[in-house]
Design a protein around this ligand. Sequence first.
Ligand code: DGT
Ligand code: CA
Ligand code: CA
Ligand code: ZN
Length: 586
Amino acid sequence: MTNSQIADAFEMMADLLEFQGENPFRVRAYRNGARAIRNLPESVSSIVNDDPGRLLEIDGIGKAVAEKCEVLVRTGELPQLKKLQDEIPESVLTLMRIPGMGPKKAAAVYRELGIATLDDLKQACELGRIRELKGFGAKTEEAILSGISLAAAAGRRIYWANADEIVAELRSHLSDCEGIEQLEFAGSYRRGRETVGDLDVLVVAAEVDRIMDRFAGFSGSPSVLARGDTKMSIRLASGLQIDLRIVPPESFGAALQYFTGSKEHNVVLRGRAKQRGLKINEYGVYRVDGDQETYVAGATEEEVYAALDLPCFPPELREARHEFAWADAGNLPKLITLDDIRGDLHAHTDETDGQASLDEMAEAARARGLRYLAITDHSKRVSMAGGLDEERLLAQWERIDQFNARRGDDFTLLKGIECDILEKGGLDLSDDVLAQADWVLASIHYGQRQPREQITARILEAIEHPSVSAIAHPTGRLINQRPAYDVDLDALFAAAKKHGKLLELNANPMRLDLDDVYCAAAKGHGIPIVINTDAHSVESLGLMRYGILQARRAGLTKADVANTRTWPQLKKLIGRKRSGGDQKGE
Ligand code: DGT
Ligand code: CA
Ligand code: CA
Ligand code: ZN
């Protein structure tokens, strides 16, 4: 079982217990456990197998959770959870997951109005029955209604980062199966989409039965949805479907190309094949001569694309957006890689809501090979996180100076801040303090549902502020959870361009904000992107790779991303534009 599956089980326990009105401390214990496990760099399964006593040493894991971890890992299920799931109609769970709803509100509508399905809830909202419930109101009703459409659109798609964990597990599960000659994961996973609907695995293997048996034994006992001669599908307990296809070696490249997709990319490809008197499908590329078909290519993806006079597109670009035009013009971008990144410009410490100290974050960044890290804790308005006022910020900067004096030979800690853009407009810290920073991120945490003009005006004002370097998570969306602010992005791009400000691609796999499409738009405006982890712990400095994937989907190159530069170069970039210079040639 993966950590995320175990965490899901505890989160489900917490939701169901809370739905039942259980003691909040018990509910909290499961939630904390789920979070601790989700953030854990080690596998809970291996801890249970090696030395279960060690579970109790993990922050956030108490006795109840530790015991249930053991049961889960050993048996693949949790009797208490099963019992709860039997008592509460499953459809109610979908109500709890609507953004703006939660277990308490779901329990209230179930209890008071007998609503147990999304459809009933939607109807009740439209009839204005929800606003009449105690503790609800018209605003909540409206939020629930928009949450319903978001939930419906999101379906059961999982975050790419979770898919990646499952892929790693399945790889290792299949790795000791004899006779596998080639194995590759295709589909949206390979294209690096931010969410994945199902996983698609391709295998070249001599003995089909052996591999199918092994596949059926993955991760507890998944339900086998179908098992044929060359194709098999399973569904994991989490609901995720995995499709396995066994293909002959001479078709492996063609199958990999076909099942990587996207469907839209494949449609264009088929058209191009036809123009050349060729036919392409998941078995290969064929020359068509009357009713005679001759195999031309199929063993590798490279030869499949070459047969159509095309480069082997990076999977991230295969969305039928610009890739064919780029290939025709011979200017397919050389996409950014993780190695190109020199620094991280968004990180928190335990001075606010981060988990590690300033020194720990700095040393961890250095150990990852970064040359600079901006410490950007929250400002005072973000009181929940213990945000910094001017005095505490200046004290932190003094410690940063001391760190650099002591350890700053080949690494620089930058004096930064994530300054809140206030609800009423304006920044949360005084101008003279902000002017002393190396790096200022401005971002919105409150008033996210304000009307378009208001929220846009707030962001534009921040962009115009002389000390602001970049806007962090510019749209505020949380994938599958919360829609973007209603912000006028064209106005935002125009202002960023005019004032020489950068825009963030927040690498957190639940944010990825700006997304691929908007990053490409920003690039079109000539606005440099900064890819930041927004790390709240030493481990989460590793989130950078998710941001890189999204940047690649946007077609960004090393030159498009500001934190591939050295700090002196980057400093010039943000400084020079402020006095109206030209940023070309960096
Ligand atoms: P997902 O699973 O919803 O996240 O997205 P994909 O892209 O992985 O879609 P999936 O799993 O349905 O199919 C995998 C790939 O197989 C898809 O990207 C392209 C290819 N494919 C599937 N069905 C068709 C089809 O009807 N026509 C074409 N041209 N390609 C298809
Ligand atoms: Ca898929
Ligand atoms: Ca599929
Ligand atoms: Zn942050």
